[in-house]
Design a protein around this ligand. Structure first.
Ligand SMILES: Cc1cc2nc3c(=O)[nH]c(=O)nc-3n(C[C@H](O)[C@H](O)[C@H](O)COP(=O)(O)OP(=O)(O)OC[C@H]3O[C@@H](n4cnc5c(N)ncnc54)[C@H](O)[C@@H]3O)c2cc1C
Ligand code: FES
Length: 313
């Protein structure tokens, strides 16, 4: 149940951004809703045991989880997220970064930024955390069949896109070109190094990496990820783009993709907002008339362009 103060705050915020919240409850976000199937109750965390902890970079780690109660694995779609609960500390949304075609292995890649993520970073094999989900809209991987697929990732934004890449590669013959453009702050921030090396060696996948700031020994591209777009090998009119990263990076990526000729209706973004319930009840994740937890996190750009252009909503 939304508390009165929360409703008041979101109403005020929406008014400041030029929106009316009239009808929000009925359904005024113009993105299609994703029908979720929850085996358990959406509000009750299920216990999952940490099977493996993998350090990706100095501040980022991947947890491999398995359900304490056993079962057939964790079915999800690439782009969806779970609410992860570190007992006694707090609960946060984290994208699923594993392969949706291999539901027995559930992975989340997290960057340590604050209270919960730092506590999560201290978990070890055998520890138990709570998992609610999967929540949210997926990347339109099936709908992109027959097209070139361009994946543009910034920093930790590669985590939810890795799931999409696994799915694309599992059905490689259904797509034309697949191009990954990935940017990080420094070479030390590059995630999934071994996988990227393997993907780079594949003839049917183009991988281009760039860093904002080079260090000694780096021989790759230097510059923000948008600088890779003009030269990237894809046919813009027949391309579908999946974009995830900091909001500022997504703004410039969308501009550059459109400059290259990718239709706005073929560009998809994954948005982040503070979340509590994950189920469209509390209003914490409001993005104009949309709730990111339910109508997103993956949005088709042309459907939210009018919101995306505002500095703060
Ligand atoms: C749908 C969705 C999917 C997400 N997927 C992932 C994921 O796969 N991996 C991942 O690492 N994170 C992901 N996030 C972000 C993650 O939920 C936040 O980083 C987390 O909630 C921070 O919680 P905390 O308690 O550690 O930080 P807090 O204690 O709440 O915040 C501490 C400080 O960090 C800042 N901060 C908070 N979030 C971020 C952020 N994202 N980046 C930089 N600074 C931040 C705050 O402003 C504050 O100053 C996702 C968020 C959403 C909404
Ligand atoms: S997190 Fe509660 S409505 Fe989205």
């Amino acid at each position: 149940m939304r508390r009165r103060t929360e409703v008041h705050t979101t109403n005020a915020r929406a008014r400041r951004a030029g929106f009316s919240l009239q009808g929000v409850q009925q359904r005024s976000c113009n993105t299609p809703r994703w029908n979720k199937e929850h085996k358990g109750h959406a509000m009750i965390p299920q216990p999952f045991r940490v099977q493996q902890v993998r350090r990706e970079t100095h501040d980022t780690f991947t947890l491999e989880l398995e359900p304490v109660r056993g079962g057939d694995g964790f079915a999800f779609r690439a782009g969806q997220f779970n609410m992860l609960y570190v007992f006694g500390v707090g609960e946060i949304p984290i994208s699923i970064s594993s392969d949706p075609t291999q539901p027995r292995v559930l992975m989340h890649t997290t960057r340590e930024v604050g209270t919960v993520t730092k506590a999560m970073g201290k978990l070890r094999r055998g520890d138990v955390i709570g998992v609610r989900g999967p929540f949210g809209t997926p990347w339109p991987v099936e709908q992109a069949q027959g097209a070139d697929v361009v994946i543009v990732a910034g920093g930790i934004g590669l985590a939810p896109l890795r799931s999409a890449l696994y799915q694309l590669l599992a059905h490689r013959d259904r797509y034309e070109k697949i191009v990954l453009l990935y940017g990080t702050r420094t070479p030390n921030d590059i995630l999934y190094r071994r996988e990227l090396q393997r993907w780079r060696a594949q003839f049917d996948l183009e991988v281009h990496i760039t860093v904002d700031r080079a260090m000694s020994g780096w021989r790759g591209n230097v510059g923000v990820v948008t600088t890779l777009i003009p030269r990237a090998p894809f046919e813009a009119r027949n391309a579908v783009a999946f974009v995830c990263g900091p909001e500022i990076m997504m703004r410039f990526t969308v501009l550059e993709l459109q400059r290259r000729g990718v239709p706005p209706s073929n560009i998809y973004l994954s948005m982040e907002r503070n979340m509590k319930c994950g189920t469209g009840v509390c209003g914490h994740c409001q993005f104009g008339p949309c709730f990111v937890c339910k109508d997103g996190p993956v949005f088709r750009y042309d459907r939210v362009a009018h919101l995306f252009e505002k500095r703060e909503i």
